[in-house]
Ligand binder design. Structure first.
Ligand SMILES: Nc1nc2c(ncn2[C@@H]2O[C@H](COP(=O)(O)OP(=O)(O)OP(=O)(O)O)[C@@H](O)[C@H]2O)c(=O)[nH]1
Ligand SMILES: [Mg+2]
Length: 396
């Protein structure tokens, strides 16, 4: 299935039905009173989070979505039928932004959560409503009001507790394969992973977390090198980043330089994200002779002046992955407890998430505009946000 994480759509609520102008006409009843009924309300448009979906692809094909109009009222005080609401299913993790005001209308993060995005028009009143002791034959009615119309941008960000970060070939996909049931492709060439993959890591019964594998980043990604950096937005909902680095690259390049390059790109994408908790994971330790391992790894840590947590693993053999996964689980639980016990901390976290969202949105939007400006013929159908690949997206 094609993975699409952004789409722009137009939603239009239904109009309210007009009120009816009518008088009772019956045999032998001269001058029957007013009997024009009210119109029906127009249908509203809702978005609803649906866990069966994991891409916004459908919204690339159909962009306009309209709820039904309310029916007009009729004689004999018949009220018009209300227009049906339109409920559009979107993947869990979809953020909805009003493109005209740039306002974030909502974040659909739970299965079944609903958000009204366009209010249906209000019904018009029939002339019966205007009957009074001084006006027994009112000819007055009101029209139904228009339904709301909105231009929306839908943004999908995967929901994961932990995000993986690293150069291509660092072993991110190998790692997620070794600790979860996810089966992303692994290969010894760069950019094997083209779309985010999720894996559920079960630590014990009832203890699990979700980990997101994203495409590799390279130096200059913020300026569009490699696959660019827009994938980083999939990390903004995570709580913890695992920064994987190959301790013994084939080409003899420096692991330290690799870590710094990634940190630099992260910073350019979102400062707040760059300052989130990030653990260093030294991968492929099996490639270093056992007696040299300790010194080799320590040298990298010293050269970086890394003060945070460090883990040494071999994603391929599984060595060291268990302690890492357990530490992650503990950390996540502690964070969750802290958020539950300390409202101030929870509010700060929420604020940081909002900030990251905002920074990510700004960066992606300015990149998009730069690309559009660079393209000579402004071909509107050209979709540079597409990931033109087939993926199996199975968080199991
Ligand atoms: N020896 C050894 N090789 C590893 C280890 N982890 C990964 N590899 C190999 O490194 C290569 C790249 O691994 P991937 O998991 O595809 O790397 P990635 O970080 O997902 O790369 P991209 O998707 O391209 O960003 C593959 O040939 C893996 O078999 C490890 O711990 N030890
Ligand atoms: Mg990969």
């Amino acid at each position: 299935m094609k993975f699409v994480d952004e789409a722009t759509i137009i939603v239009e609520a239904g109009k309210g039905g007009h009120g009816c102008l009518s008088f009772r006409r019956e045999k032998y009843v001269p001058k029957g009173g007013p009997d024009g009924g009210d119109g029906g309300d127009g249908g509203s448009v809702y978005l609803e989070a649906d866990s069966a979906l994991n891409t916004l692809i459908d919204y690339r094909f159909q962009r306009k979505h309209k709820a039904r109009n309310g029916e007009p009222g009729a004689g004999r005080n018949c009220t018009g039928i209300k227009g049906d609401d339109l409920v559009l299913p979107v993947p869990v993790g979809t953020t909805v932004v009003d493109m005209d005001t740039h306002e974030v209308l909502g974040d659909l993060t739970k299965e079944g959560q609903r958000l009204k995005v366009a209010q249906g028009g209000f019904h018009g009143l029939g002339n019966t409503r205007f009957k009074s002791s001084v006006n027994r034959a009112p000819r007055q009615t009101t029209k139904g009001s228009e339904g709301e119309v909105r231009n929306l941008r839908l943004e999908l960000k995967v929901l994961a507790d932990v995000g993986l970060l690293g150069l291509p070939n660092a072993g991110k996909s190998t790692f997620i394969r070794s600790v979860s049931a996810a089966r992303p492709k692994v290969a010894d060439y760069p950019f094997t992973t083209l779309v985010p993959n999720l894996g559920v890591v079960s630590v014990q019964a009832h203890q699990s977390f979700v980990i997101a594998d994203i495409p590799g980043l390279i130096e200059g990604a913020a300026e569009g090198a490699g696959l660019g950096i827009r994938f980083l937005k999939h990390l903004v909902r995570t709580r913890l980043l695992l920064h994987l680095v190959d301790v013994a690259p084939y080409d003899g390049s420096s692991p330290t330089a690799a870590v710094k390059a990634i940190a630099g790109e992260l910073e350019k994408f979102s400062e707040t994200l760059a300052n989130r908790p990030r653990w260093l994971v030294l991968n492929k330790v099996d490639m270093v002779a056992e007696e040299e391992r300790e010194a080799h790894c320590q040298a990298i840590v010293d050269e970086l002046g890394w003060e945070g947590p460090v883990f040494r693993i071999s994603a391929l053999s599984g060595e060291g992955t268990k302690p890492l996964v357990q530490a992650v689980m503990r950390w996540i639980e502690e964070q969750a407890e802290q958020e539950a016990d300390n409202p101030e901390f929870a509010e700060q976290e929420a604020e940081r998430r909002r900030q990251m969202d905002e920074e990510a949105r700004r960066k992606i939007e300015s990149d998009r505009q730069a690309r559009r400006a660079a393209r000579e013929d402004d071909d509107d159908d050209f979709d540079d946000d597409d990931y033109d690949v087939e993926v199996v997206y199975a968080p199991e």
